[in-house]
Ligand binder design. Structure first.
Ligand SMILES: [Zn+2]
Length: 445
């Protein structure tokens, strides 16, 4: 008898004596049973394997195949486990079970049932520890577990377990690089990105070489940096002379944390890192425009000069960059540059609105268009244009605030999160498109 049942990409073959094996991939070539045996079984095949299997075994396998067809993997597993307990020498049962467990794990992963996926894959690895296909599924389970935890040390440990099973998986290296960077372990981040570069996934990633070069450049400056931590922030710096400034930065950031979170109705779910540079370190480590003294690129980076550290300007820079960090961590959709910057400026505690460049530009009809304010303003190289862009952004956000207060801005950020479309979110909250709002703002200047 020859039974060939196609089970969602999983072929059930029947060879002589009705012995058939479930395989994860379609079987190539002849319909002889393909045995995926553990090494122990290869060296010492059980006598039962050589003879025709008992009818109970065949029956159990047929029942399991039907359950798999109906995508009822739990039933298929239970049937095969029971049969295997009764006929432990029947390696075909173990092979079928491994395939079923793989499918059960993938199915559970798809539905977000991580505990079930983890149980299935652990049992599959117990039965077939060296099967690459099983290891790949196990790696996916570890990666999903890493995605569920907020603790970066835990995340890194889970990703390492996944990589031990599937080292060619570029997505895993990418995740690991991100975690290492967040943990301020730059050597680890660089090495993960270099491993990523060697994978098929990494070959197609644009900007990867630049990213590695940038991290190496930062590492050359920050190699000897150490960290101090407050409730919600980590400060990285070099030398004992800077430690006092680091503590002051943490103190001011904690203040910004509560006041800005409250105004914008959100809070970051991870520790935010602030890197404090002295002397020429800021310029050496970063490709920041000359006119900047702080930036956010996943971490807050500030330039400390003696004067800056002693003045309110330091607090302003920290609150400004924290606003960027808060928005970046809590808003998934794209925000135009003017909104990002305007929000950051209006949350500086000591900021004084000047509008000098803005009023001159308005008088001489030299205002920038809303489209010109769309990309990140840090891309503007010319200091005067940058100043105008900042003043316009601040003025635009103040005009939005006048309409509905901070609550309107919170609603806008929530709507962007929900809709992932800035123009639609803007219209939903302010009952007009951004362009019309801009035109009215300009006419009212
Ligand atoms: Zn900014």
């Amino acid at each position: 008898m020859r039974v060939s049942v196609l089970v969602a990409g999983c072929v059930v073959l029947a060879g002589a004596g009705a012995a058939y094996v479930l395989r994860p991939q379609p079987a190539p070539g002849p319909a002889a049973p393909v045995v995926v045996a553990s090494p122990a079984e290869v060296t010492a095949p059980a006598p039962a394997d050589r003879a025709a299997p008992p009818p109970e075994v065949t029956k159990a396998r047929e029942q399991a195949a039907r359950a798999v067809q109906a995508k009822n993997y739990a039933e298929a597993r239970a049937v095969l486990e029971t049969a295997l307990a009764l006929f432990p020498g029947q390696s075909v049962l173990a092979q079928d079970l491994v395939v079923v467990l793989q499918r059960e794990a993938v199915d559970a992963l798809r539905d977000g049932r991580l505990a079930a996926a983890s149980r299935a894959v652990a049992r599959a690895r117990e039965l077939s520890p060296d099967e690459p296909a099983v290891n790949k599924v196990a790696a996916r389970v570890f990666r999903a577990q890493a995605g569920e935890t907020d603790d970066d040390d835990n995340k890194r440990a889970l990703l390492d377990q996944a990589l031990a099973l599937d080292a060619d998986n570029g997505a895993l290296w990418q995740d690991k690089a991100q975690v290492c960077e967040r943990l301020n372990d730059l050597p680890c981040a660089v090495s993960a990105l270099e491993s990523l570069q060697k994978t098929e996934h990494g070959e197609h990633l644009r900007g990867l070489s630049d990213k590695i070069a940038r991290l190496k450049q930062q590492l050359s400056v920050e190699g000897a940096f150490r960290g101090v931590e407050s409730d919600h922030f980590v400060a990285r710096f070099e030398g004992y002379g800077t430690e006092q400034i680091a503590w002051r930065a943490l103190n001011r950031l904690e203040r910004a944390y509560f006041s800005i979170n409250d105004k914008l109705g959100r809070k970051p779910d991870q520790l935010v890192t602030v890197v404090i540079y002295t002397g020429s370190q800021y310029q050496t480590a970063l490709n920041a425009p000359d006119w900047s003294n702080g930036l956010y690129d996943g971490k807050i980076r500030v330039r400390e000069g003696d004067v800056l550290a002693a003045s309110d300007a330091f607090d302003d820079v920290l609150a400004h960059e924290y606003t960027h960090a808060l928005i970046a961590q809590t808003v998934r959709g794209h925000l135009p540059g003017w909104l990002h910057e305007g929000l950051a400026v209006v949350h500086e505690p000591h900021h004084v609105t000047r509008d000098t460049v803005l009023s001159r530009a308005a008088q001489s009809d030299q205002l920038l268009s809303l489209a010109a304010l769309g990309p990140p303003l840090s891309q503007i190289a010319d200091p005067t244009t940058a100043r105008l862009a900042y003043e316009m952004s601040e003025s635009l956000v103040r005009a939005l605030k006048e309409k509905q207060g901070s609550f309107g801005l919170t609603k806008l950020l929530d709507a962007v999160n929900e809709r992932q479309d800035f123009d639609a979110a803007f219209r939903e909250v302010f009952y007009t498109g951004p362009e019309t709002f801009y035109d009215r703002w300009r006419d009212a200047l």
